[in-house]
Write a protein that binds this ligand. Structure first.
Ligand code: AMP
Length: 594
């Protein structure tokens, strides 16, 4: 039997899961972790590094690595790594390829099919881009489902007996979704959903970094242009500080120098940040969370008091400020019965099991909605004038999917033989406030007075993908969508991109672990005193040489030597755990550093 894996392709971390023995279960990566950082590095020799080693590499070599590229899905933006350019789709495909390989070695069989999750607020272009990333990774994408829906599936799967109304608040690294749903008789019904595709935990980290620099009269963007190493390391410091503020009232953030080095014992290079300071620095982000929550409740004709549970999903919901805000807003403690990092991937595996008719699911059913309004641009008549730029909805937001709706439109000029339909998504009355998805040119409207009819049909499928057709009733002629925001690849372009990605070989797995150690130790060179530095550099040189020469005998020996030096300097290196995860004491406490 071929397995369909469930993949949570996250902004910060990605996970893969499979439904086995009546349960969804997570698949570990070669480091034994379930979370694979969504970071891609391209080494000088052209090899690809994905996950924790790439995240490490990013600190010392930000120009060779890319993270948070999910935010650029569907935009057509290209980034340069070394001498090659990559789109977000291509970078995402490398993450998916790595997860696919992990699944194959875990399941001991080839994996060709996947359910991939996307933020509910991902638009049509972003969804198509996600599907193409899957294809580039050699995966047939059987279904794209919304992240909060996947989270709801995990909750629904484990708690199918009680009827209740739930609100899922999903704040990941880069996106925010809120979903209202109801569980009754084993059916999971999504009632309404809302969100923002550019608001997540990374913005909180950036806001903290910006406020630290502001305290020194510096502007984050200006500093990033001039000293990217400083900012990439400062982000690292702020990320740790953000996490430590959960348990501490105040933390210290070390400000790196221009080369990204942080001094341990220089009190002038560290700033103190209190919980209150963090709240102030992120106030405007917290404000932005409120509107989607209000809208989802309004659309679902519910108030905060009608909910049986508020569920938190996504790594960034661990922030104390977020939890406090939710508790105040709903006057109740939020629930977090399943690990917020894992619940989406597990739900994707439940969806895969639903598609495979796994008997463990009994007659469980799930219905989802279209998260935004879809329609076309029209002209409005004011006296004898026509003004264009108005939005005519065809599928209203929060309509249950799949859905197919047809509307009739009419020519405005005598003998008008052509009509151009501009297709939009959004809630604005005027199209300038909405997102253009494409256009459809209808030719051959029969001659006659103004008012000749053209019917437009929108079909929104279970993957959240839109198809548009137009029909001239008098002639029966049909027309199909033509995408103008030409970010979707044509068949030939996709094949070329697949070949290009296949040519990029993954860095061998054992080498990845060694590179990770190398990067970890390299980072410490700038943090130790000059006597310590000499010994460390020597051990590093020997290890690097053994690695470069692929001398297996030597690299075991030199690796051991390097680990001993690190230990003697008071740095405990834990294999396969990034520096980012460390929960160091406050500044200057290198003994607790990993
Ligand atoms: P996700 O995309 O769901 O993996 O969420 C990643 C985001 O969660 C990142 O912005 C992290 O900084 C944030 N995050 C993860 N763990 C914590 C934590 N313990 N405290 C605060 N933020 C966290």
């Amino acid at each position: 039997m071929t397995e369909i894996v469930g993949i949570d392709l996250g902004t910060t971390n990605s996970l893969c899961a499979v439904f086995r023995d009546g349960q969804p279960q997570l698949i570990p990566n070669p480091h034994g972790e379930f979370l694979t950082p969504s970071v891609v590095g391209i080494l000088e020799n052209g090899q690809v590094v994905v996950g924790a080693p790439a995240r490490e590499l990013r600190i010392t070599r930000p120009e060779r690595c890319r993270a948070t590229f999910k935010r650029d899905m569907g935009s057509g933006r290209q980034v340069l790594i070394g001498r090659q350019t990559f789109s977000a789709v291509e970078l995402s495909s490398l993450v998916l390829r790595s997860l696919k390989e992990d699944a194959e070695s875990f399941l001991k069989q080839p994996v060709h099919e996947a359910v991939i999750t996307v933020p509910a607020y991902f638009n049509d272009l972003q969804r198509k881009a996600t599907r193409q990333a899957g294809e580039m990774a050699g995966l047939r994408v059987r279904r794209i489902i919304n992240e909060p829906t996947a989270a709801a599936l995990t909750y629904g799967f484990h708690d199918r007996t009680s009827d209740k109304k739930l609100l899922v608040i999903d704040l990941g690294g880069g996106t925010f979704d809120v979903t209202l749903m109801e569980v009754f008789d084993g059916t999971l019904e999504i009632i309404s959903t809302a969100g923002e595709s550019h608001l997540g935990g990374e913005d909180f980290t950036d806001a903290l970094a910006a406020s630290v620099l502001r305290g020194r009269n510096l502007d984050l963007e200006v500093v990033e242009d001039e000293s990217p190493l400083l900012v990439s390391r400062l982000r690292q410091e702020c990320e740790q500080a953000k996490r430590r503020l959960q348990t501490k009232e105040e933390v210290w953030i070390r400000i790196p120098d221009r080369k990204g080095h942080v001094g341990d014992n220089d009190p002038h290079s560290a700033v103190r940040v209190t919980r209150e300071g963090f709240i102030q620095a992120t106030k405007s982000l917290m404000e932005r969370l409120k509107e989607p929550i209000r809208r989802v409740l309004r659309d679902g004709q519910s108030g905060p008091g009608d909910l049986d549970e508020v569920i938190l999903v996504g790594g960034a919901t661990r922030m104390l400020v977020l939890r406090q805000f939710v508790t105040d807003f709903f006057q109740r403690e939020p629930q977090c019965r399943h690990n917020p990092d894992e619940v989406v991937a597990l739900g994707a595996a439940v969806q895969a099991a639903l598609m495979a008719d796994d008997p463990a699911l009994g007659d469980m059913v799930m219905t989802d909605v279209c998260p935004f309004t879809l329609g076309v641009e029209i002209c409005r008549r004011f006296g004898d004038r026509h003004n264009d730029g108005y939005f005519s909805p065809i599928i209203h937001r929060n309509t249950t999917i799949p859905v197919s709706r047809e509307e009739a439109y009419f020519t405005i000029e005598p003998n008008q033989d052509e009509v151009m339909f501009n297709i939009y998504q959004g809630e604005g009355r005027k199209v300038k406030d909405n997102l253009k998805l494409g256009e459809l040119r209808v030719k051959g409207v029969p001659p006659g007075p103004a008012g000749q009819q053209v019917n437009v049909r929108f079909t929104y499928d279970l993957n959240g993908l839109l198809e548009v057709e137009a029909r001239v009733p008098q002639t029966g002629k049909m027309f199909k969508t033509l995408l103008v925001n030409n970010v979707s690849l044509t068949g030939a372009e996709l094949q070329a991109a697949i070949a290009r990605m296949q040519a990029l070989k993954s860095c061998p797995r054992d080498e990845v672990a060694n590179r990770q150690l190398l990067l970890f130790a390299e980072k410490l060179v700038g943090e130790v005193n000059k006597e310590e530095r000499r010994g460390l550099e020597q051990a590093l040189d020997q290890f690097e040489q053994a690695l470069d020469e692929r001398d297996r005998g030597q690299f075991q020996h030199t690796r051991q030597g390097l680990l001993l030096v690190l230990e003697s300097l008071g740095f405990r290196y834990e294999e396969n755990r990034g520096y980012e995860d460390h929960d160091a004491g406050d500044h200057g406490d290198k003994k607790t550093d990993k």
